[in-house]
Design a protein around this ligand. Structure first.
Ligand SMILES: [Zn+2]
Length: 286
């Protein structure tokens, strides 16, 4: 069994066939957590999860890229189309309601985390003043969402792109709302940054980006340096399709991530599957 701890089957890329994709996911003994990136996709993730008794879960949150507020002109290439929407601000109560919206009569909420939330400095405003404003907006929304995670006692799924220093400092400066349980999803950073997250007790999520080459990042070293009991696996589908496959990604292709990690850690596929499943169940209380 495997658990895809970061998928977006709630996105339009699966509008026509999400049920079929989920069916083959579950039939192949894979569980999945669909991650919200704004209110609409968070709500969708919850609605999908509530259709299934087990194996399909949701995370809710406002991704920093939706806070842009016209500060940055984003190039809407294929990877960014999901973020092609107007800005949002974080509405604490509205998101909180999603956790308890279980109209399905299921006893336990299918919302297993707050995420994906964090900081993203990939798209930068051109002027210094706008850049400061942009960063401040992200920081404010993140702090509010950490409050919500704290109130609901839910783990956090961090998205962080080119902003590890600021995220790590923010977490150090706010120990009262620093989550006890969290994952640095799709981790792209250096060893020093990796160790900071591990020191917080956080999990590290690896996805298909490990097959790419990114300047200054050594994925093999990051995987080697992450203890087995801190590794989570994810697809981040529909994005980051492993090179063995073409087109849209989906939870079935998680196996390529497992294979790669098994090779680097020099242990069996089955052992990686078992330990990462155990880790995901523990973090998200599945
Ligand atoms: Zn994502």
């Amino acid at each position: 069994m495997l658990i895809d701890t970061h998928a977006h089957l709630n996105f339009n890329a699966y509008k026509a066939d999400s049920e079929e994709v989920i069916k083959r996911t579950l039939e192949n003994d894979i569980w999945v957590i669909n991650i919200g990136t704004k209110y609409e996709t968070s709500k969708k993730a919850v609605e999908i999860a509530e259709k299934y008794e087990r194996g399909v879960y949701a995370a809710i949150g406002l991704h920093p890229i939706h806070l842009n507020a016209g500060l940055v002109k984003m190039k809407l290439d294929q990877e960014e189309t999901a973020f092609n929407s107007r800005e949002e601000s974080f509405d604490y109560e509205k998101y909180k309601e999603l956790v308890h919206s279980t109209g399905s009569g299921q006893a336990k909420s299918k919302v297993v985390a707050i995420g994906e939330i964090g900081l993203d400095y990939y798209w930068k405003p051109k002027t210094r003043r706008k850049l400061e404003l942009f960063k401040e907006k992200q920081r404010e929304a993140l702090l509010k969402q950490l409050d919500l995670a704290y109130e609901l006692n839910l783990p956090v799924i961090f998205h962080c792109r080119m902003a590890h220093k600021d995220l790590i400092n923010l977490l150090k400066e706010n120990p009262e709302i620093r989550p006890q349980k969290a994952v640095a999803h799709g981790f792209v950073g250096n060893l020093e940054e990796l160790k900071e997250y591990l020191n917080f007790g956080y999990y590290i999520g690896f996805n298909g980006i490990i097959f790419k080459s990114i300047e200054g990042i050594v994925f093999e070293e990051n995987i080697e340096s992450t203890p087995l009991d801190k590794i989570l696996i994810e697809t981040d589908c529909p994005y980051l399709t492993p090179p063995q496959i073409e087109g849209r990604n989906e939870p079935l292709y998680l196996k390529y991530i497992v294979e790669k990690i098994a090779k680097i850690k020099n242990i069996s596929y089955e052992e990686i599957a078992e330990i990462t499943t155990k880790n995901a169940k523990k973090l998200f209380n599945l």
